[in-house]
Design a protein around this ligand. Sequence first.
Ligand code: EPU
Length: 432
Amino acid sequence: MQQLLVSKSEPLTGTIPISGSKNGTLPLLAAAMLVEGETIIENVPAIHDVDTMLQMLRAVGIECTFIEPGVLKIDATDISSCQAPYHLVRQMRGSFYVAGPLLGRCGEAHVPLPGGCVIGSRPVDFHIAGFKALGAEVEETYGIMRAQAPRGLHGNRIYLDPRWCSVGATVNLMLAATLAEGTTIIENASYEPEVVACGQFLKQCGAQIDGIGSNMLTIRGVQRLEGIRFSSIPDRIEAGTFMYAATITGGDVLFKNVRPDHMTRVIEHLREAGARVETNETELRVIASNDRPRPVDITTAPYPGFPTDLQPAHGALVARAVGTSVLEETIFDARYNYTDELARMGADIRITGQLAIIKGVPELTGAPVEATDVRAAAALVLAALCAEGQTVIEGAEFLDRGYENFEAKLRAVGAPMVRRNSDNNKELLCLA
Ligand code: EPU
């Protein structure tokens, strides 16, 4: 295990460049599997989840090479296996994305079922129902989804549950339908920016997809895709996390390489909390005050609603608000796992079902706490930046799954933190 030692911070000041999106890049890597040739993807973040996905692609015979930092060449001319290894799916649910392309391209996919997850139950039943609707025969035995479509997939109408507009199911089914025969219509599709980017990538490769950016996708199957060069979108969750860091410390930080238009609801809520947020097309500046934040209620929702991935960051901010905030988590059933740790730091939080009622306190205090997932880890860092004394966060390695150079970026704007090995207290290098 690794731990992060974080002290109370002065207001953060300076510039933070934002990396390519984790949840935007993973679908692109899966989509590149459909191209019988070379694809170049730019703005690929150096994070653990991307590594895991690349291992997955290599495991089925695809060549992946970084030709320069952040620029990846994928050659999927040959796919030699349709079996995804369990140890990779287990590490990251996003690796289930290989199912759609394997099925579409090879007519067969054996992918272990991802199982449980600390933020909620996260089944893949919508993905599987969609594969069946496209004509695949699917068996789920011994923990593995075995899908077969020896005569190829056939377009159909797929109705996703409108309560969720599942990101993962939309991506997987769009990928499966791209090379299917005939027309597929996906109703209640997700239109998160990451899904839209994947659709745009496929379209530029020659796929015929209408309705990208809406909740109804019409996909007319094509026989093959051509490789292209494509850039991953900026990570709105990374940007959001650091915007909360700027606000929590009363800082003044400029963010470069961002898409403010992907972050409307987050910007709105930070302004409500008292921060000034200025934007242009690719930059965003947060100028916060030193006063305690105002309380702000949020409800997480599919895009363009407030993202569930920033709900923990919001909880950390309003833990010191002047008044009570109500958070409603509607996407995942166990995403308040960070709140017990915040309570150890002095936060006043009550959970009832999907709601977290957070009564702001004047001061948080440093404490030993434990992170259980990537966004919980980030939220604990945010809380620690405004807590008196030092906070020791166990599970710092979760940050590496989704944030490129997390500490280096925060330290560059003045946040005091070091990472060390929990076993021997040896300090670990923070790459600039
Ligand atoms: N759901 C089902 N059955 C399915 C699929 C989803 O019941 O077959 C439910 C889920 O249990 C959940 C809801 O639908 O309650 C929404 O899940 P969705 O499929 O939209 O989420 P996901 O694709 O598993 C992606 C991101 C998550 C992000 C969510 C919501 C990736 C790799 N993951 O997950 O990111 O929170 O969408 O926006 O893109 C993170 O980055 O920390 C993270 C968890």
